[in-house]
Design a protein around this ligand. Sequence first.
Ligand SMILES: [Zn+2]
Length: 460
Amino acid sequence: MFFNKKIETFKRENLEALVEDRIRYTIKYASKNSSFYRTWFRKHNLNPNEIRTHTDLLKLPIISGKTIRQNQPPLSDDFQFRSVDWNQVFTIHETSGTSGSPKAFFLTWNDWERYAEKYARAFISQGFCRGDRVVICASYGMNVGANTMTLAASKIGMTIIPEGKCVFPLRVIMNYKPTGLVGSVFKFLRLARQMSKEEMRPSESGVKRLVIGGESFAEESRSYLAEVWGCEVFNTYGSTEGTMCGECSQINGLHVPEDLVHLDVYDPSLQDFVKDGECGRIILSTLIPVGEKTGTLLLNYDTEDTTTVLSRDKCSCGRTHMRILNPQREAETFWIHGSPFNRVDVERGVFQRENMEYLTGEYEAFLKGGSLNEEIILSVNLECLKDKNYRIPVVEDNFLKGFLGRNPRLRKEYAEGRLKIAVNFLKEKELLIYRSKSRPKRVVDERKVHQSKPEHGKNK
Ligand SMILES: [Zn+2]
């Protein structure tokens, strides 16, 4: 089943021709309608007509959240990335990101329609159809995700129950018998625990599919969720900037809607593309269908997320659009004496199957240590089932195996004593994340000297 069969199964060469058509139109649109790009082309004496193919995008600057903030009030007198008249702006969004000061983002109704189509394609590729009833646990508001999925449902004929959070009375499940839930790994686990306390079995609830949105996770947490809920678990990746990629029924990477958003993967110095199969930074560009408009136009936008292109060949689901690995946040990557690990690696250690006999899955970790040459301590707090708070050696062993297993450099740091790992067992609700008012941080770097890889990039 497809939402837009023609486009989703387009032959690669046709798809690439369509993309390049849209790149040319988008560049022309940018040079006319975005004051940022109009000025940039003039200042660099570059003729927009010279940008014709996807490799030509390398001639344009990489922009970041910082560039957007520098080109909007109060630092600039207008929103330089806004690319339509005010009277065509349908909604205005603010995304805060990690730095705190929000970036403005403008959407036309056309943008909403295109965003919704991306989600509609993903839902259908996961097996959703007319008649499905879906609870959206993701929050409505400045984030476009929940609203876009709701709009996508109207295109498919699905019913949406817009809870906006994961804590809701279980009568919603009993009375309306939803067939799908959209939320996060931890929201689904908490909901399952709440159900078990009231003697309901998640696997008998009628829910057939779970969709995780907007976060990276370990495969171990996916398989545990699938076991607890007795159903399939899919991943989607979306952002206000318009990514919206989704896993299909094959669960073999996330399809990128290549005709509607252009995604390049760059090397760490942001100078060139990496080869398919190599990990790099996700750099996005808006793609506008010829003749249409867009509210905020971004070319070469650094998402600060990393991924790997798995394949541009036809998927067994029939779709030809490229597939990428589950993206990870660069902000959630930490460095220990030059060796990186991600929050997802900690999660992999937690969600080792045997551990789940003892744990709820909730965890938090802290990196501690002093100056550069001192030993570094990773202190991990795990929430236990049934109020256990004594050491559970098997969980400690499994955590180390899961966390260090795929990382030979980190294993060496640990074996040679430069990295110490302390696993602590806490009773229910004792984790510090429960006291945090904002979105909880699972891994917190408390080191006096933060370690990172050297920063370099062009046009910064
Ligand atoms: Zn597929």
